[in-house]
Design a binder for this molecule. Structure first.
Ligand SMILES: *Cc1c(COP(=O)(O)O)cnc(C)c1O
Length: 368
């Protein structure tokens, strides 16, 4: 058994974080905002090519701001990937709107074919679509962007897991009307908690900024015409973010290496399948995920746990959640099948090759 637990995706600091935090303390701009928030936003724009960015306290909050800014409200319908984490879609409920869940295809991500079907079958024209680039792998963006354009539906990318992933050289999060990244504790980069909203539309980002700071009107006193939120990121956390952004490319490289190593070590087993990478794309391989044909994934997870190694099932699709029992879904059984057969393996960029070999050895022992 390992003395040191192998975690799924622990924080991996660059080493510069404390220096930048010290600068925050020296300037005493601990709060509310400060220069690092702008630097962090600028570094996201520089890396991703997004026109404008707004740092928030979580990605969930950024998604909420996106829906508010796009005018999604009570009784509206919002299409969404079903195979995702609930943080993707909670904001639909905050806005008293209705989700319509769309199942996956062989890419594991949202199926463009089912998306078309969902639009046709929707009780009312859907206003927006939230797509998730699952585990850092790109959705079929050519088709999805085209469908949204043709149908006049806003496209929001939940790129919480896919910072650094690209499709035909264009970064995840920059295909839609708005995109969202997460910096929570287990993402490819972390600020302990944090999010980012991006868009090429400056007016929308300005509106989101206004709403994220209590919708305070431009007046010498506190004047409010509409309600807002307290969703902004602190300068201390933004300092961590600036340091993390400096190593994003290395982190993507390392996660991809870890995936390749798993594939080399475990690819020989007929019953094991890995999440594909669609043609023309480069995922960030946030988590290495695999599916099993015959073996019970919970048996493997139990064996890994016995060796002090963390692993998880794949996300349970939203249309199978009790929370969304009454929601509309267009499904084909794909995400349910993946959920029943899949495992997320430790994939942190600070893992050593020996760690990857240890994890693989445990899996091999069960499969024998
Ligand atoms: C982590 C995650 C979120 C939520 O991010 P927070 O910053 O924790 O709010 C949303 N969607 C997906 C797909 C995620 O993985």
């Amino acid at each position: 058994m390992h003395n040191q637990r192998i975690f799924l995706s622990p924080p991996h600091m660059s080493g510069k974080e404390q220096q930048y935090i010290s600068e925050v303390f020296e300037s005493n701009y601990i709060a509310p905002l400060g220069a690092f928030v702008e630097r962090f936003e600028q570094s996201i724009c520089n890396y991703t090519g997004a026109g404008f960015a707004l740092a928030t306290n979580t990605a969930t909050a950024a998604l909420h701001l996106a829906l508010r800014v796009l005018g999604i409200g009570s009784g509206d319908y919002v299409l969404a990937s079903s195979f995702t984490f609930v943080g993707s879609v909670n904001a639909i409920l905050y806005q008293n709107a209705h989700p319509i869940f769309v199942d996956s295809d062989e890419s594991w991500n949202i199926s463009p074919r089912l998306l078309k079907k969902a639009i046709i079958e929707s009780p009312k024209k859907p206003k927006a679509l939230i797509v998730t680039h699952l585990y850092g792998q790109m959705c079929k963006m050519d088709e999805i962007v085209q469908i949204c354009k043709e149908e006049g539906i806003y496209l929001i990318e939940d790129a919480a897991e896919s910072l650094g992933a690209s499709y035909h050289g264009k970064q995840s999060g920059t295909f839609g009307d708005m995109g969202v990244y997460s910096f929570n504790g287990n993402k490819i980069l972390t600020t302990s908690s944090g999010g980012m909203l991006v868009s090429d539309n400056e007016v929308w980002i300005e509106k989101a900024k206004f709403l994220s700071t209590q919708a305070k009107e431009d007046a010498p006193y506190y004047e409010h015409k509409e309600y807002g939120y307290n969703y902004r990121m602190s300068n201390v956390l933004a300092a961590i973010g600036v340091a993390q952004m400096e190593v994003l490319e290395e982190r993507v490289e390392r996660r991809r290496e870890i995936f390749e190593l798993y594939r080399t070590l475990l690819g020989g087993y007929d019953e094991i399948g890995f999440m594909p990478e669609i043609q023309g794309s480069r995922g960030n391989r946030w988590l290495t995920t695999l599916i099993l044909d015959k073996t019970d994934p919970y048996k493997i997870m139990a064996e890994l746990e016995a060796e002090n190694i963390e692993s998880r099932p794949l996300w349970k699709p939203m249309h199978l959640q009790p929370l969304f029992q009454k929601s509309i879904v267009v499904e084909n059984g794909t995400s349910e099948n993946l959920f029943n057969r899949g495992i997320c393996l430790p994939s942190g960029s600070s893992m050593s090759n020996e760690d990857v070999e240890c994890v693989s050895d445990v899996i091999k022992k069960v499969l024998k």
